[in-house]
Design a protein around this ligand. Structure first.
Ligand code: ADP
Ligand code: MG
Length: 805
């Protein structure tokens, strides 16, 4: 009964707070489901978190902030709770939301009165998309899937590429060998052709002047997307076969009624998600570009713009979306890339200065733990490892905080180096925070590290799903100083986690965290020493760009006891052979991973994909083996348990999403199959491959894929031809932007949205020189001419990406 009452409460809308409305809707759904479904409750809490963080970023009032933080706290670990506990949490949330709304109502009432004198509130860049005209809740949700929440996000969501429709040609006038666009009607689809594992579809198109074929590989869905008799714009290189004209893998788009943004001009093409169309996004972006034109503040000083011939920011934004010609677009991109690199450099170099002049507690080795730790390791350290440990030892002994990046080849043994640093810190009676990007990884580190640590050292694990009671005890022990080493996830950055004597912070797999987060954890102590570990080798130029404030240690060589690894890319027609071979290897006592791609945007789809692969294998080819599946939607403890069983050898084959991408370390696993390998990035494939390169045994990595794009083919070729992670990283950067390379884009915290430090090296150099010159003259940015820069810098440095914490 009471639940019904609650439902009623959620039915009355409060239009000015769409985010709250969204939260209410989620809660209503959750109430309807009677809190029973574990999977949907996981999704529920994730979405609530996102919305709360979204909200949090947009309020200033400390009471409201506190209220939101409270909601975050009570929702933590929601899906691991029993249904009655979940019910209680939901109740708490409802109370908070009611109060929130009451407060809001009060404040808007007062501001409304004031507003009667002022003019209609104008649009600002920070306005949430869910509040603006032309975007309903459904569209707002779709937009949020590609991390677009505000008008500003929209303006900075740039096209993936452009189609030049300034000249739409007639079929009759097409020139063979050139990139061109025609507008034609689909006459019919020919029968599908299967050839060497390729599924080929071919459509016949015509305009008033002639006929042309469009041909696609392995994209059978296109047949459904282009109905017969529809008018389509086809763009691409025109080829001739006998008397037939053809465009292979053309860019295509259905033409509806006249759309001025899509005709006779250079048309932007965005990376979309389900529920959004190119047309919708084009129109929306176009509209808000002009509505906000006057609101766009240009931070770069005029003299600098003149000197470097940079165009205005608002012009640049316009030209990125709707350039009149591609030269303008290039100029716009240059301006934006410059600004991005300039701001980043400013931040980094300012920070570096700051660190140099701050003081830290020097940590000298006492011989108590550090030496015995090194002497008792079950293996001999590599020369690279020894060198890195030495670097760290010297840094720690200095009275300024260490600020070091440790990166290197997958499997080169970075964890041990970090542990050596930990020993030095604990010898000196300070605390150590060790932060990993995922719960599974934190758990695994915890287990491995506990084995290696002497009994006398107290070490705990704190993750999002740590039960509240346990969490409280940990926080108490941390505060009393009895915990020396705390391992965990972002959970370590939360407000109430207090270290009285934090001396060293270690961040593992840095590419999952933003630059700002590494500063945030540091504020938990007074200038603690900082060691950052990157899972991926980083090309030098990128290291200098993104980590310019850090000293760098590299691990290039692998421990000597590593076997060979053979990487083979095969088409889907060989799938059975691959699994036959896998079975043979398992019969010889080996273990295997089978990985299928993470499906973008949809955790449910992801679970479905891995489940169906698992079931197929279990019922089919691998029915006689011990198979288990894991994916990211399972509770950490369950994943941890499965990993443990796998390590013990109780499981032969682990079917998984890319959850095992980083850190997982099982020596007897020497066989990896990657399904749909074209969907993984290069560095990601290299990481995955690292999972089976952990022992003296030779290993196999099979990539199953029928790629349809050239980039994908390039990636598969690179990965099967080299084992050199540095080379792979460099290639990866050439193929993709840096944001994606760093794994940041998918989390919406890319520091670099436009610039690609490999391709834009020349811009980076200009930016660096600018920053150096400015800081040389005015190291604290106190001159009037640098006032705006200072403001910008402080803003940048404070921006903490809450969405990820
Ligand atoms: P990564 O650099 O990818 O993080 P890890 O630190 O997880 O690699 O180390 C990979 C594996 O190699 C671990 O099982 C670790 O114990 C082992 N290892 C580390 N250093 C050595 C070494 N010098 N000789 C042999 N094995 C080592
Ligand atoms: Mg590691």
């Amino acid at each position: 009964m009471q639940d019904l009452e609650q439902l009623v409460f959620f039915l009355y809308p409060v239009p000015e707070h769409n985010t709250i409305q969204e939260i209410k809707k989620l809660i209503a759904e959750e109430i309807k489901s009677s809190y029973l479904n574990k999977l949907s409750s996981g999704k529920f809490s994730d979405q609530i978190f996102n919305l709360l963080y979204f909200l949090r970023e947009r309020v200033n009032d400390p009471d409201t902030l506190e209220r939101i933080d409270f909601m975050v706290r009570v929702t933590r670990g929601y899906s691991d709770k029993t249904p009655p506990l979940r019910k209680k949490i939901v109740k708490d949330l409802i109370v908070q939301i009611k109060n929130y709304e009451v407060e809001k109502q009060k404040t808007t009432n007062t501001t409304k009165k004031e507003k009667t004198i002022t003019i209609e509130p104008a649009i600002t860049l920070k306005d949430p998309l869910s509040n603006i005209k032309g975007v309903g809740p459904y569209k707002a949700k779709a937009l949020s899937r590609i991390n677009l929440y505000s008008i500003e996000d929209l303006l900075y969501f740039f096209p993936r590429y452009y189609i030049d429709r300034t000249h739409i040609k007639e079929v009759r006038t097409l020139e063979v060998g050139k990139d061109q666009t025609v507008s034609a009607v689909l006459i019919n689809w020919e029968r599908n052709i299967e050839k060497r594992g390729l599924n080929i579809i071919k459509g016949l198109f015509k305009d008033g002047s002639g006929y042309i074929y469009g041909v696609w590989f392995n994209q059978p869905y296109i047949k459904k997307s282009i109905p017969v008799n529809s008018t389509v714009l086809l763009s691409g290189k025109v080829e001739r076969f006998g008397s037939q004209l053809q465009i292979t893998s053309p860019e295509w788009e259905l033409m509806g009624e006249e759309e001025p943004l899509e005709h006779g001009r250079i048309v932007p093409v965005y990376g979309l998600t389900s529920g959004l169309s190119q047309r919708f996004l084009r129109n929306l972006t176009h509209k808000y570009l002009s509505l906000t034109e006057k609101k766009i503040e240009d931070y770069l000083p005029d003299n600098q713009k003149e000197r470097l011939q940079l165009i205005n920011l608002s012009q640049a934004l316009k030209d990125m979306h709707f350039p009149v010609n591609l030269v303008d677009q290039k100029q716009a991109r240059f301006r934006l890339a410059f600004e991005e690199l300039f701001r980043l450099q400013l931040k980094i170099m300012f920070r570096k200065e700051e660190i140099k002049t701050s003081s830290a507690l020097p940590l000298n080795t006492t011989g108590l733990l550090f030496r015995p730790f090194l002497n008792n390791l079950p293996f001999t350290l590599t020369i690279d490892q020894l060198k890195c440990i030495e670097d760290i030892k010297i840094d720690l002994a200095k009275p300024v905080p260490m600020n070091r990046l440790l990166h290197g080849e997958v499997g080169s043994g970075k964890t041990v180096v970090a542990l050596a640093a930990t020993m030095i810190a604990i010898e000196n009676c300070v605390q150590v925070a060790f932060m990993a990007p995922t719960e599974v990884l934190a758990l695994q580190h915890y287990e491995v590290i506990r084995e290696l640590l002497p009994e006398s050292i107290s070490c705990s694990l704190l993750i999002g799903s740590t039960p509240a009671k346990e969490r409280r005890i940990i926080l108490e022990n941390l505060l009393s100083g009895s915990i020396s080493l705390l391992i965990g996830t972002h959970a370590l950055i939360q407000e109430d986690v207090e270290f009285p004597k934090l001396g060293l912070v270690i961040i593992d797999e840095q590419h999952r965290f933003g630059v700002t987060q590494r500063w945030k954890i540091k504020t938990k102590g007074e200038n603690p020493h900082l060691l950052i570990i990157s899972a991926t080798p980083i090309p030098r130029t990128l290291a200098l760009t993104l980590y310019g404030d850090l000293e760098i240690s590299s691990l290039k060589s692998l421990p000597l006891d590593r076997g060979k690894i053979i990487t083979i890319w095969v088409g889907t027609e060989s799938r059975n052979k691959v699994y036959g071979f896998l079975r043979e290897q398992v019969k010889r006592g080996r273990q295997a991973f089978v990985v299928c791609p993470t499906i973008e945007d949809s955790p449910q789809m992801e679970v479905k994909a891995v489940t169906s692969l698992f079931e197929n294998l279990k019922e089919g080819t691998l029915s006689d083996l011990r198979l288990t599946m894991i994916h990211g939607r399972m509770p950490t403890r369950q994943v941890g348990k499965i990993m443990e069983d796998f390590k013990k050898g109780d499981i032969d084959v682990l079917v998984s999403t890319s959850i095992i991408e980083v850190g997982v370390d099982v020596k007897n696993a020497t066989f990896l199959v990657v399904e749909d390998a074209q969907r993984f990035g290069l560095s990601q494939l290299h990481q995955l491959r690292g999972r089976v390169r952990r022992s003296i045994n030779d290993a196999y990595c099979f990539l199953i894929s029928d790629p349809s794009s050239e980039d994908a083919i390039k990636r598969l070729k690179v990965i099967s031809s080299t084992l050199d992670g540095f080379l792979i990283a460099e290639e990866d950067l050439k193929i993709r932007g840096s944001g994606e390379f760093l794994g940041l884009k998918q989390h919406g915290i890319s520091e670099l949205k436009i610039a690609n430090p490999i391709q834009d090296l020349h811009i980076l150099e200009i930016a660096k020189k600018e920053v150096t010159d400015i800081l040389k003259k005015d190291p604290n940015l106190v001159y009037e001419e640098n006032r705006i820069l200072k403001k910008l810098l402080l803003e940048d440095m404070e921006k903490i990406d809450l969405a990820r914490i």
